[in-house]
Design a protein. Structure first.
Length: 49
């Protein structure tokens, strides 16, 4: 399985996700993130108006 990033702790993950560019990359790529052995998957979908 391919990860965009691996974090040892949830604090590391939260700190990294607070950077807007990092959060955008995660949501747009929809790749997995591993945090302390837990795999997270983020999705991004634009609202249709």
């Amino acid at each position: 399985m391919k990860y965009i990033k691996y974090f040892e702790t949830i604090k590391e993950y939260e700190s990294w996700m607070k950077v807007e560019e990092n959060a955008e990359e995660v949501y747009q790529s929809e790749e997995k993130i591993c945090v302390d052995g837990i795999i997270l998957s983020h999705t991004y979908k634009e609202e249709e108006i």
